[in-house]
Write a protein that binds this ligand. Structure first.
Ligand code: GLC
Length: 474
């Protein structure tokens, strides 16, 4: 079973969000489960020289899209038992940032077209192309209209990591940028409110659609969550499945993580308090034993629930907790947390930055992780936190609902609330703080159940393989 996994980012090469974690860990898990998975990515200038030095040049082709004809080099390297292909074109990928350019549609249109056209040259024809989010949404669309023999038996899987980003572009792009076949332009499949909508097109044109948790698969059929595409998802629900993400449990392991002040494990938790004391020192927090640290490790964007955190912040501090934030995003949120750090010296810390190593020290040194998302397709932070014995407090939505079980119910491993309101959040924070202070034995049980949970890809990799098998007809 040969799988070509196409994505716009993958750890450890290039990462802006959760997609990179998935693309950097699922392929390896698929290979361990018996598939042969290769990954294809754009060769951004952000990819470090240390990786480029290990790459081998394979071939180059010209990729034609509408009137544009562009050079496309293909490089490859092996990492962790997975083969990675990199699509090179400096005009498109030698930029200061990987997304957010005026011509993103054209850039990822080029990448998607290059993926399709590179296939006959790889000397390795995949049975399945697994695409992710709007940046690769054109692959299943192009594939549907290919007539050459090599493409005939290739099936496509399209994964929605977040329906907020659909790849919407003005009507003129259909022909001029994406060179979509006339037949497709004449149909309703790629149009949404007079724009080209690449995600919508992929939902129709791929052979199977997946998303990253079972609850999000349900929510995608609900107008409150689907950003206008609920009816589209619903009419394609016969081929939709929700498969929970895993995390790389080798990389995220408090017993071995080299970034921590001291390692620890479920069998010996003592290192965690060393990590907490070190974290207080690093961030300039007052080190009062017994005062819990609540962490928020997230992009600072509205749908992560920051409206609730900003509203509840004074009260969280009044309840005697300390709050640690790390992330970048909307300027007004960045300013709000910098201001909060000034108002509550020693109790609030705001790291307006993207730093993997500091984030890991926060996961390890905190007691709780707060994630009150308005919507959350899967969420990886709560799983990483659990692995580090940092108890999640989450809103019951999407993947958060599928991974965190509130204290009081069966197999509790954290705290959760349903209503999207500051009072809902404060209720859960209050319950967590009371348990932390008043019932250390229960707290310890929750930590241990988090740290020993199976958060790996093993069972989800099998679910993907079953989908691939079904598509291949065996
Ligand atoms: C997106 C989603 C997040 C998910 C990740 C990986 O970033 O917002 O919930 O965990 O993709 O699938």
């Amino acid at each position: 079973m040969k799988i070509l996994y196409a994505a716009s980012e993958a750890a450890p090469f290039v990462k802006t969000g959760g997609l990179a974690d998935v693309a950097g860990s699922l392929p390896k898990a698929l290979n361990e489960a018996g598939a042969q998975t290769r990954v294809i990515l754009p060769l951004y200038s952000a990819i470090d020289l240390k990786w480029r030095e290990r790459m081998t040049f394979l071939f180059h082709i010209d990729v034609q899209l509408s009137w544009r004809r562009q050079y496309c080099g293909v490089f490859c390297l092996e990492h962790d038992g997975v083969t990675y292909y990199f699509v090179d074109n400096e005009y498109y990928f030698k930029r200061d940032s990987i997304y957010g350019c005026f011509d993103d549609g054209e850039r990822f249109g080029f990448f998607s077209r290059a993926v399709v056209e590179a296939i006959p040259r790889l000397g390795w024809t995949p049975d399945i192309i697994h695409c992710n989010d709007w940046q690769t949404a054109l692959v299943p669309i192009y594939l549907r209209y290919e007539i050459a023999d090599v493409y005939r038996s290739i099936k496509s899987v399209f994964t929605i990591h977040n329906i907020e980003y659909q790849g919407r572009f003005g009507p003129g792009t259909a022909e001029d940028v994406f060179a979509l076949p006339q037949e497709l332009c004449d149909s309703g499949i790629i149009w949404y409110e007079n724009d080209v909508n690449l995600m919508k097109g992929a939902i129709y044109e791929s052979d199977s659609v997946t998303t990253v948790s079972p609850s999000y698969a349900d929510e995608l059929q609900n107008p409150d969550f689907a950003n206008g595409l609920h009816a589209v998802v619903e009419s394609n629900s016969y081929k939709l499945s929700g498969i929970l993400n895993g995390i790389d449990t080798v990389r995220y392991d408090p017993a071995k993580d080299p970034l921590l002040a001291k390692n620890y494990s479920a069998a010996d938790l003592s290192g965690k308090s060393v990590c907490k004391a070190e974290l207080c020192r690093e961030l300039g927090l007052s080190d009062e034993p017994g005062t819990p640290i609540i962490a928020c490790i997230s992009r600072l964007v509205e749908h992560k629930g920051f409206a609730l955190i900003t509203e509840a912040l004074d009260e969280i501090i009044a309840k005697g907790a300390r709050l640690v934030i790390i992330g970048t995003g909307e300027e007004r949120l960045e300013n709000f947390f910098c201001d909060a750090e000034n108002r509550y010296r020693g109790s609030v810390s705001a790291s307006i930055m993207y730093s993997e190593s500091r984030a890991m020290r926060i996961y390890a040194g905190s007691d709780m992780l707060l994630m009150p998302s308005r919507s959350e397709p899967c969420g990886l932070s709560q799983m990483i936190a659990m692995r580090y014995g940092t108890v999640p407090i989450v809103r019951e939505v999407g993947g958060l609902k599928d991974t965190v079980r509130n204290l009081g119910g069966e197999n509790a491993n954290g705290f959760s609330f349903r209503e999207y309101s500051a009072s809902g959040l404060l209720g859960a924070v209050d319950f967590a703080l009371r348990t932390y202070r008043g019932d250390p034995a229960t707290w310890r049980l929750i930590m241990l159940s988090d740290m020993t949970a199976d958060l790996s890809w093993s069972s989800s990799a099998v679910s993907y393989i079953n989908i691939y098998k079904r598509l291949m007809g065996n």
